[in-house]
Design a protein around this ligand. Structure first.
Ligand SMILES: [Fe+2]
Length: 285
């Protein structure tokens, strides 16, 4: 296999070619992939044909599996693979139908958020030859690195309060899956407003619209506008890469370096089916 890493024309993202994820990957090749993942924040492989077992084995090269909280939507027989899909059987969703419809980084309402996730595309919606259901990624690292020195100094040492219930309320207007089992079962957690990437040491803005309810030790009338300004900055168009899916794509993202947004511009009978795995993370700092 001859690995080639092709950066996207954006401040994040790279396509990796010359690799078949269904075959064993030697340690040296894997190290290149892992480095690209930590460097580009989003990496993707086109035209893959992998079984659930191969998908899990590849994911586990990057770390422990992070169990999904959305267990009713696991692929039958595979509790560590979450189905992200709008497909219904007998009138019920068979997977998470509304994942990622607001900008976010995954599970930042947890004490230890996951390192990242992989999505493997099995069915991709189309209309008149036009692919639908893109995913947009934005570089939280670029958003930080282009701040003024004064703003960086101002943010240094601040921690934001992340709350699942607030996120749930914020996204309720676009939510259709039953997440009532998750509601209010998570205590507030604190994460640094500027998070350091555990591998590269790069610094990234780490605030989430709707979910962050304040900044520790700062009055709300100062903290809330600041959180809003930072959240809007992360998702500026110049910091984005938009992924247009093809069947057989495996895309993976890093939850420290990037935020993401699912574009919901399709509906049944246009079907979208993805298998998602998640890699456990490390404490934020
Ligand atoms: Fe997500």
């Amino acid at each position: 296999m001859i690995l080639d890493i092709r950066p996207c024309n954006a401040p994040l993202g790279a396509e990796i070619t010359g690799i078949d994820l269904g075959r064993p990957i030697d340690e040296a090749t894997f190290r290149h992939i892992d480095q690209a993942y930590a460097q580009y924040g989003v990496i993707f492989f086109r035209d893959q044909h992998i079984t659930p077992e191969q998908h899990l084995a590849f994911t586990m090269r990057f770390g422990e599996l992070d169990p999904s909280p959305h267990t009713p939507y696991a692929l039958p027989g595979y509790p560590d693979i979450l189905r992200v899909t709008n497909i219904q059987e007998q009138g019920r969703n068979i997977g998470l139908a509304d994942a990622g419809l607001t900008w976010h980084t995954d599970m930042s309402w947890r004490e230890i958020p996951p390192r990242g996730s992989t999505l493997y595309a099995i069915e991709v919606p189309e209309q008149n030859g036009q692919v639908l259901g893109d995913t947009v990624f934005a570089s939280a690292a670029a958003a930080y690195e282009t701040l003024s020195d004064a703003m960086r100094a101002h943010l240094d040492g601040l921690t934001a309060i992340h709350q699942y219930a607030a996120k749930h309320a914020y996204r309720a207007k676009v939510s259709i899956s039953d997440r009532s089992d998750l509601e209010r079962t998570y205590p507030d957690v604190h994460h640094p407003v500027v998070r350091t990437h555990p591998i590269s040491g790069r610094r990234c803005l780490y605030v989430v619209p709707g979910e962050c309810t304040g900044i520790a030790g700062m009055p709300d009338d100062e903290a809330l506008p600041l959180l809003q300004t930072l959240a809007e900055r992360i998702v500026r168009p110049e910091f984005q890469y938009r992924h247009q899916w093809q069947v057989g794509d495996l895309v993976m993202w890093d939850n420290c370096l990037v935020q993401h947004l699912a574009i919901r511009d399709y509906a049944l009978p246009q079907r979208r089916l993805m298998h998602r795995t998640t890699i456990a993370g490390t404490p934020t700092f």
